[in-house]
Design a protein around this ligand. Structure first.
Ligand SMILES: NC(=O)c1ccc[n+]([C@@H]2O[C@H](COP(=O)([O-])OP(=O)(O)OC[C@H]3O[C@@H](n4cnc5c(N)ncnc54)[C@H](O)[C@@H]3O)[C@@H](O)[C@H]2O)c1
Length: 373
């Protein structure tokens, strides 16, 4: 079996497995954890078509009773309507406390199914089976679950740690390239905040493959050397999240460093028309702006800004603020960010590759200058 990472929190410890072909281990892993109740498999339409039926069959063959429900693909499924559909399905079919929800999909399915598991019968077990790069390196680990409210994203939810996270990088072969690139933003972010070695390896791979000129060429399942190296890099990025979450389960301290690039990124994401940017694409723009803020304040060498920009470009990510975006509107929205304390934005700013500092004394003029020019 693949060597595993492990989250340890006050609410429990769980293994995190990242490997090519990891889903094959699922029946055995569930058994080893003593999870033997009915399995309530939730996926979205795209993921169900590619992996849902095969996984359900594998689990049935291993002797599990499996129920499968599909929600529409996309952010709109993090809704009261889809949550209630899951409750109706589970309660109508006799869900019991010892049962297990399997969340097979991206962050949308992970958040929605995770929240259903957190709340049905006052909480049953959930296993996260992420199939997007973003969900692997971010959403599936850490126990944040929830749905959106018409007044804002992620406003209703609960911390509910999974019993197991199993990320099968084979599933990335079918993920659209744009979604994959958006996920690389979070991988690179983990390098900047905590792991200079991961950052350097991402640079080396990009240089060897010529992506520095052309941008990431996509997941190539026919190239085992490449998929092996990418899987190892993804595992290292997941390890950063595992470590941070283990130290700060409920986001009361250190976990804020995962917010690097998100203060500006969230605002940009919300302000572009029709949510035209993917989350990771907005985070890449945010990382660039926030690195420039750090450089402008003398916190880091200005060379870091360019090094990070080149790496983001190599993995298919632009750092340019969309045209016609009003910097004042970005600033106003950033001020409403959840990480604001006593009216002051808590900025996560790089001091070197692999290190960040949290500051609440960034002058608005500096932010304006960075956003405006
Ligand atoms: N809980 C957390 O800590 C946390 C952290 C970050 C983000 N999130 C949430 O995650 C969500 C975004 O997640 P996402 O980017 O994974 O989006 P997503 O779940 O919408 O998936 C993106 C698209 O890819 C498709 N897809 C997924 N896996 C596929 C595969 N292997 N092959 C082909 N298509 C596939 C989906 O059907 C969807 O259309 C947001 O709602 C965000 O709030 C949560």
């Amino acid at each position: 079996m693949t060597p595993e990472l492990g989250v340890t929190t006050a609410s429990g410890a769980y293994p995190v497995i990242v490997s090519a072909g990891a889903l094959e281990q699922l029946p055995e892993r569930l058994g080893a954890l003593g999870l033997r109740g009915v399995l309530w498999l939730v996926s979205d339409a795209a993921v169900a078509a590619a992996y849902g039926a095969a996984l359900a069959a594998r689990l049935s063959q291993a002797g599990y009773q499996v129920q499968h429900c599909t929600v529409p693909s996309g952010e709109a499924s993090k809704s009261q309507e889809q949550l209630w559909r899951l409750y109706d399905w589970m309660i109508g079919n006799g869900v019991e406390r010892r049962d297990v929800v399997l969340a097979l999909g991206g962050g949308v399915v992970g958040d929605l199914a995770g929240y259903a598991a957190a709340t049905v019968l006052r909480g049953i077990a959930v296993v996260q089976l992420p199939t997007t790069l973003l969900a692997m390196v971010d959403a599936a680990v850490g126990g944040k679950t929830g749905i959106n409210h018409p007044l804002g994203k992620n406003l209703i939810g609960a911390f509910h740690q999974p019993r197991l996270v199993l990320a099968d990088t084979h599933t990335l072969a079918t993920l659209p390239r744009r979604e994959l690139c958006a996920g690389w933003a979070e991988v690179i972010k983990h390098g900047v905040i905590r792991e200079a070695g991961l950052f350097a390896e991402l640079e080396q791979l990009a240089a060897q493959r010529g992506w520095t000129e052309t941008g990431f060429s996509g997941w190539n399942a026919e190239d085992p050397e490449l998929t092996g190296r990418l899987t190892a890099l993804i595992r290292r990025a997941v390890a950063v999240k595992v470590e941070v979450v283990s130290r700060d389960e409920r986001e009361q301290g250190e976990r804020i460093i995962l917010n690097y690039g998100h203060t500006i990124g969230h605002a940009v994401e919300a302000l572009v028309d029709d949510w035209a940017l993917l989350h990771g694409e907005a985070v890449a723009i945010g990382m660039h702006a926030e690195a420039r803020i750090a450089a402008a304040m003398g916190l880091c060498d200005p060379a870091l800004v360019e090094r990070q920009r080149r790496l983001l470009a190599a993995y298919g990510l632009s750092v340019t603020l969309p045209a016609n975006l009003d910097p004042e509107a970005v600033l106003t929205l950033a001020l409403r960010d959840k990480k604001v304390r006593a009216g002051r934005i808590r900025w996560v700013l790089p001091t070197a590759v692999g290190n960040v500092t949290v500051r609440d004394d960034v002058p608005e003029t500096t932010v304006r200058a960075v956003l405006g020019g």
